[in-house]
Design a protein around this ligand. Structure first.
Ligand SMILES: [Zn+2]
Ligand SMILES: [Zn+2]
Length: 257
């Protein structure tokens, strides 16, 4: 059985805990270390039991406690070569490992693959993790969905997808024009509409458990994200998707497959 919990999601900090029988990993470690430790404790997991932290990209909301976690608990931090080069000096002394992009590699029980994404940093990736015939796909911090991202999402049993903003709230909101353009651009973040359309296009007909993630505090709400995506899925006749939300600084439900 695979277990996934989003521990925190959004600009406040990102961390997703994923577990198979003999492997415990984090995708990103962007929350304070103390928060990470206390949330894992609720799942009966200690920080020193984490086998690997896989980084999606070098933005601070994804790496904040990764170096400290590595140094204090001897946890290896994995990233692609370009992302490693872009990490801050604070990573000196951390145990780092390089994974290839777009090729399978092993992390404990999992066969993993890093999928290139479009976002405003060095070499952002999402992940596909497979074990025991089940697949988890994670795609957050991306401004557009490329065919390879779409393919990565298509076969997933559990899916974490960015649903960052409502277009109208962003347009009418108080952000300066340059920031609005950055968020809505191809190197920014996915909107609710975009997430909904992508899910509708990649739905397999088999049950998929989905967490909408990286919601903006200012330009979205969990209710609005859920309602928008649900409306799109219903409009497309998709009824095989079970939707949930990854909260900001609150853990999600435990998703299993
Ligand atoms: Zn982010
Ligand atoms: Zn980012």
């Amino acid at each position: 059985m695979l277990r996934l919990v989003s521990l925190s999601s959004g600009s406040c900090g990102n961390a997703i805990y994923i577990e198979a029988e003999h492997t415990k990993i984090l995708i990103d470690a962007g929350t304070p270390l103390k928060y990470l430790g206390s949330q894992l404790e609720r799942l009966a997991v200690r920080l020193d039991q984490i086998d690997a932290v896989l980084l999606t990209h070098e933005h601070s909301d994804h790496i904040r406690s990764a170096a400290a976690l590595s140094r204090r608990f001897d946890v290896p931090v994995w990233a692609n070569a370009a992302t490693l080069d872009a990490l801050p000096v604070g990573f000196m002394g951390a145990r780092v490992r390089v994974f290839p992009v777009d090729q399978p590699f092993a992390v404990g029980d999992f066969e993993a693959r890093a999928v290139p994404q479009l976002h405003d940093c060095q070499a952002p990736v999402g992940f596909v993790l497979r074990h025991g015939g089940k697949q988890i796909s994670v795609a957050t911090d991306l401004g557009a969905v490329t065919p390879s991202v779409q393919a990565a999402l298509a076969g997933a049993d559990i899916l974490v997808i960015e649903s960052n903003h409502d277009d109208e709230m962003l347009n009418r909101g108080r952000y300066p024009a340059w920031l609005k353009a950055r968020i809505a651009g191809r190197l920014g973040h996915l909107s609710n509409l975009h997430a909904g359309r992508t899910l509708a296009e990649t739905a397999s007909g088999r049950e998929q458990k989905v967490l909408l993630a990286h919601l903006s505090r200012d330009n979205n709400s969990p209710e609005l994200a859920l309602a928008t995506v649900k409306r799109i899925l219903e409009g497309c006749g998709v009824d095989s998707i079970r939707l949930g939300v990854a909260g900001r600084l609150t853990p999600s439900a435990i998703v299993t497959v």
